[in-house]
Design a protein around this ligand. Structure first.
Ligand code: ADP
Ligand code: 5GP
Length: 190
């Protein structure tokens, strides 16, 4: 059966860390590469981390109905999930894994229904989330402030997800995620 795994979380919760871990330990999974209008950061590459496209190209894709969902996650920064990406992964017989913001996660769950397992990664506290964002050292103080404020609102949507995993101890969170995904996609195929 065609299946998808949706990961959402406030920025700094550890979602990227847990998505990467899942991809390493569960070979059936393939990451859905989103489109974004933001600039690449650090070692990010085109068509690996994201399809980095211009606002005009993004608008063009909206008009072609190419997205399952898209959001303006931060001011003037658009992110969208391509229908073609999902089909490509399913055609290989693999399970799609999405890393999207909280609103996007809720839209994807509505769209895919029973085919989807939606997982909300929760930080142990807002203070710890802020500490992680600071120690990650990828964002300036203003960006961190915006992300922390946004996190407080995003946490109120956790109950809309199939599963909530609190990422306190990282090794425990990894084990929990691995077991949730494996049981959803079926032990026999893992
Ligand atoms: P997100 O993708 O949700 O923004 P990241 O995966 O980038 O979050 O994690 C944010 C920072 O917190 C990273 O520096 C990461 O190494 C660290 N981190 C992730 N999980 C934990 C954890 N359980 N305990 C402590 N630090 C963590
Ligand atoms: P970043 O800029 O840190 O890579 O991502 C910012 C946020 O956008 C993260 O929460 C990430 O999960 C989310 N995001 C990435 N791709 C998509 C997408 O296709 N749709 C939505 N709605 N959010 C996305």
């Amino acid at each position: 059966m065609k299946k998808v795994i949706i990961f959402s979380a406030p920025s700094g919760s550890g979602k990227t860390t847990l998505v990467k871990h899942s991809l390493e330990v569960i070979p059936e999974l393939e990451f859905s590469i989103s489109c974004t209008t933001r600039q690449p950061r650090g070692n990010e590459s085109h068509a690996i981390d994201y399809h980095f496209i211009s606002p005009d190209e993004f608008r063009q894709k909206i008009s072609e109905d190419a997205f399952v969902e898209f959001e303006e996650v931060y001011t003037d920064k658009y992110y969208g999930t391509l229908k073609s990406e999902v089909e490509k992964i399913w055609n290989k017989g693999k399970v799609v894994i999405f890393d999207v913001d909280v609103k996007g996660g809720i839209s994807l769950k509505k769209y895919f229904g029973e085919k989807a397992l939606s997982i909300f990664i929760e930080p142990p506290s807002i203070a710890e989330l802020e500490r992680r964002l600071i120690s990650r050292n990828t964002d300036d103080a203003e960006t961190i402030k915006t992300r922390v404020e946004k996190a407080e609102e995003e946490l109120t949507y956790a109950i809309e997800f199939d599963e909530i995993v609190v990422n306190d101890d990282l090794s425990e969170a990894k084990i929990k995620i691995e077991s949730l995904i494996k049981s959803f996609i079926g032990e026999a195929r893992v």
